[in-house]
Design a protein around this ligand. Structure first.
Ligand code: CMC
Length: 393
């Protein structure tokens, strides 16, 4: 009984109220706690943005120092967690590993499982933000068969991640500030995005009172899909597959063909119907990185620019307001940094963890939060009687 609104895909349903992120999809505006993404990307580092998302205000100098120190105090993972990796096939997709390992953190932190205690919630948030780079880099090292590299707390967040990815027992990692800044910017641009599918998943999982590590693991599972966080990997694979300017027309035609399930990866967005402000910043970062590395002639970057231009001039994409999204360029940046495509979605995970945990904390500390329990339109059989098995057709 009762009257429900039927809204598959939540096209017109607000699932929650939130004071964290604001998007105006028609104007191409993205704000974290009221600050434009362009200013945050230019003036702040990722941990400042984490502080902002979690606490509502930017930190002052002393707060920033203390926040950074707390994060670096939690970057190590227990040696038993390291052994957890060895249960996976060595060629396991990093996202499969992340779902398992982050979920397994639930079993390591019984000291802070009372979600009604704000101090416990904060400790879990610090643990997640601090350990995600370590866990992500370990998934990569496991894939390539190299020993895990311990975090270095004298480096900043992005540099430390690159150190754990690229250092080997034979060779130290020397941070390149331009490249580390580019990674930091990727993290800032992916840190939160209001009630997207994975964040809604984290909220729904959390609404039952489940522990934050289990909830974030649920978010990672959702992020993995090619319509969401998997788009950056899919986009780079698509560019590789197109391979040459001469084949762009063929792929555009396929994307427009309603009998072909193929879509241009990195194009389109549920909320942005003008442009994705993150894509503009990412394109800029892409130029900076390719300049720094002397890769102005990068084959895939040129191909991406050309594909973007052709799509933006095509009636099909114009009518449907389809623009490049953040993931159209983030893959090219990461590839230039030496990161393989299979790791792109894991790095998105590392960045979005702060958004997930900030949204989870916001929900849990709201005295009015309820378990998320959608209704349905039932379309199954009407009431009928069970007949004895011998009489069934
Ligand atoms: N290529 C070709 N056609 C497209 C594309 C695309 N990338 N995206 C949307 N369309 C068409 C779609 O076929 C539909 O056409 P029609 O009206 O003729 O049926 C119309 O545009 C509207 O699309 P929709 O699927 O109803 O829109 P949605 O809001 O449900 O989906 C989306 C949004 C992002 C899932 C979709 O645009 C898409 O699949 N894009 C490719 C994957 C991608 O890049 N995802 C990353 C999103 S940004 C990063 C993140 O937040 O995860």
């Amino acid at each position: 009984g009762g009257i429900f609104t039927y809204d598959p895909g939540y096209l017109s349903t607000a699932s929650s109220s939130s004071g964290i992120t604001f998007i105006d999809g028609d104007k191409g505006i993205l704000l974290y706690r009221g600050y434009p993404i362009e200013q945050l990307a230019e003036k702040c580092d990722f941990l400042e943005v984490c502080f902002l998302l979690m606490n509502g205000e930017l930190p002052n100098g002393a707060q920033k120092k203390s926040f950074d120190n707390t994060v670096t105090g939690h970057t190590m993972v227990h040696e038993q967690l390291a052994r957890f990796y060895t249960g996976f096939r060595r060629d396991a997709h990093p996202m499969a590993v992340m779902i398992g390992v982050v979920g397994a953190l639930s079993a390591f932190y019984h000291d802070a499982m009372d979600i009604s205690d704000a101090a416990h919630r904060e400790l879990s948030a610090f643990r997640l933000i601090a350990k995600l780079p370590t866990i992500t880099a370990m998934a990569y090292k496991y894939n390539i068969g190299q020993p895990f590299v311990y975090p270095r707390n004298d480096l900043n967040y992005a540099q430390n991640f690159m150190h754990m990815m690229f250092a080997t027992p034979a060779e130290e990692y020397k941070p390149n500030p331009v490249l580390a800044r580019a990674l930091d910017r990727i993290l800032i641009l992916h840190a939160d995005h209001e009630q997207n599918a994975s964040t809604s998943t984290v909220r729904l999982a959390g609404s039952s009172g489940a522990n934050p590590f289990a909830c974030i693991s649920a978010g990672i599972a959702c992020l993995w899909g090619p319509a969401h966080g998997g788009a950056n990997e899919a986009c780079l694979n698509m560019l590789e597959e197109i391979g040459d300017d001469s084949r762009i027309g063929e792929y555009i035609a396929r994307a427009k063909d309603k009998d072909d399930p193929f879509r241009l990866s990195g194009f389109g967005h549920r909320v942005y119907r003008n442009f994705d402000p993150r894509a503009t910043l990412m394109r800029e970062t892409c130029h900076e990185v390719l300049d720094e590395l002397g890769l102005h002639d990068d084959r895939l970057f040129k191909l991406a620019l050309k594909l973007e231009k052709i799509a933006l001039e095509d009636e099909y994409f114009i009518e449907r307001k389809l623009y490049p999204n953040v993931d159209f360029y983030s893959g090219i940046v990461q590839r230039a940094l030496g990161i393989p495509a299979s790791m792109f979605t894991a790095i998105f995970t590392m960045a979005r963890t702060v958004g997930w945990i900030a949204q989870w904390s916001e929900m849990i500390s709201d005295p009015e939060y309820k378990i998320g329990r959608p209704r349905q339109l039932y379309t199954g059989a009407v009431t009928r009687d069970v007949v004895p098995i011998a009489s069934r057709k």
